[in-house]
Ligand binder design. Structure first.
Ligand SMILES: [Zn+2]
Length: 259
């Protein structure tokens, strides 16, 4: 796929943008390439955005956004007539789904920060869906109690409202940053000269291309729903976003005497 000039990927600069206009660069079987997009292409454990593209005289559902030959590719349903190159299209993502994903993604950073700070364990892997995620740690053992302890610490940290900052560091600078070394910045391909860093200031800092909320306060409550062993020095925690469970908040009696 060819395309003149770099494609503007708006989500990397402003995660809170839900819609934007762009021009069709190319239409190929199953997908559309735009010169400017608000859709996040699947990567770094974060799922691709879904949503809709509209243009004068038509619209199509975007069922996934993936990266093909380095470019964000809008995967569309095949049963409609697609716009031709040069057409101006208006893209809108499924914002609720994306926002839930941003909260989930930020929760994973906080989890990784807490587990490293308090237990010295590095992350070995992870993945997320909107509202649920898993993360693997270089730990010798894990237990339900450990999960509960981590959950308590994690929620305590989230409510402190750490701000998220996006920085762009020169590669040589990034390669000397202890936090970035720990999170394997050296695995980023050599040709990447400018490295995007997500800094949840004071809690977690890593090279990352994904979308996150602006403050850990936005994440809300996180529950560690499962702890499991995935082998020697590889232990997994599964988390879920959601309201504070009823058992941990002071409950009031249901109104009595109502009809
Ligand atoms: Zn991230």
């Amino acid at each position: 796929m060819a395309g003149p000039g770099p494609i503007e990927e708006l989500a990397s600069r402003d995660a809170y943008l839900a819609e934007a206009e762009g021009n069709v660069l190319e239409v190929v079987e199953g997908g559309i390439l735009l010169d400017r997009t608000v859709f996040y292409a699947r990567g770094g454990g974060q799922p691709g955005d879904v949503g809709v593209l509209r243009w004068d005289g038509g619209e199509v559902e975007v069922v996934d956004t993936i990266r093909r030959e380095g470019k964000p590719f809008h995967v569309v349903t095949a049963d409609v007539e697609l716009p031709t190159s040069g057409t101006v299209v208006h893209g809108r993502i499924d914002w609720d789904r994306r926002y839930t994903t941003m909260k989930t993604h930020t929760a994973l950073h906080a989890l990784s920060g807490v587990v490293f700070r308090d237990f010295g364990a590095k992350v070995t892997g992870g993945n997320m869906e909107p509202g649920v995620a898993r993360m693997d740690f270089e730990l010798d053992g894990i237990s339900v109690e450990f999960g509960q302890q981590v959950e308590r610490k994690l929620n305590e940290e989230l409510t402190r409202g750490y701000p998220t900052e996006i920085l762009y560091l020169a590669r040589r600078e990034a390669l000397q940053d202890p936090d970035l070394i720990r999170t394997k910045v050296n695995l980023i391909p050599d040709w990447v000269e400018e490295i995007r860093v997500v800094d949840i200031v004071g809690l977690d800092r890593q090279a990352d291309g994904g979308t996150h909320v602006a403050s850990t306060l936005e994440v809300g409550h996180v529950t560690v729903v499962k702890t499991e062993s995935k082998g020697k020095a590889n232990k997994r925690m599964r988390i879920e976003l959601g309201p504070v469970p009823a058992t941990t908040v002071a409950s009031t009696d249901p109104a009595k005497g109502e009809p």
